[in-house]
Ligand binder design. Structure first.
Ligand code: GNR
Ligand code: NI
Length: 192
């Protein structure tokens, strides 16, 4: 298993559409296992392959809340085959939009059809956070981020802030400073 680097927005690679897998072979299983390890390390409750720079339709999830405990879920070629008319609003976060959160409205209940880690086709009825998360992950496979569901004003504000944080990290790295400046970044700046 291996921990992979997670891409952060704005990045053109997060806007691309992922391709279906022909079958769940050893390579796809390896990808699923690496993604699960990467997701746990982050930590997160879901991860889509494009977030680790792999344009395959593969997602992993593990939700462990009081109301919803799924255990690890591995899905290849997931599709929503049924969605409720009723909507639900959740405050979403995303490992590719670190430290930004926003309310997103989506169908409250969905049924997802996918190939599991053994390549067996399954249908899973989802509600609550699992329904939100499955839709969030499938969006990633189509190059869609949760900020694409909110106002352009709020979206652009978040993307601008993320770009600024990245530029600062790149500048600090070029100057040989710590890559994630907090209070320490200020100290080293005054010392230098
Ligand atoms: O870890 C995550 N938490 C989360 C919370 C609310 C709605 C969706 C998510 S998914 C996110 C991990 C991630 O970015 N998956 O793509
Ligand atoms: Ni995400």
């Amino acid at each position: 298993m291996a921990i992979k680097m997670i891409l952060t927005a704005p990045d053109p690679r997060l806007k691309k559409k992922a391709q279906p897998v022909a079958s769940v072979d050893a390579d796809v299983r390896q990808l699923m296992d690496d993604m699960l390890e990467t997701m746990y390390a982050a930590p997160g409750i879901g991860l889509a392959a494009p977030q680790v720079d792999v344009l395959k339709r593969v997602i992993v999830l593990d939700i462990d809340r009081e109301d919803t405990k799924t255990g690890p879920l591995f899905m290849a070629n997931p599709e929503i085959v049924e969605a409720s008319d009723e909507d639900a609003t959740y405050e979403e976060g995303c490992l590719s939009l670190p430290e930004h959160y926003s309310d997103v409205v989506r169908p409250a209940k969905v049924t997802v059809r996918y190939l599991d880690r053994d390549g067996v086709q399954k249908d899973l009825a989802c509600e609550g956070l699992l329904a939100t998360c499955v839709q969030h992950e499938i969006d990633h496979l189509d190059g869609i981020l949760f900020v694409d569901h909110i106002s352009s004003l709020k979206r652009n504000m978040i993307l601008r802030k993320l770009l600024k944080v990245r530029k600062e990290a790149e500048r600090d790295a070029a100057e040989g400073k710590a890559s994630k400046p907090g209070a320490m970044g200020k100290e080293s700046a005054s010392a230098g």
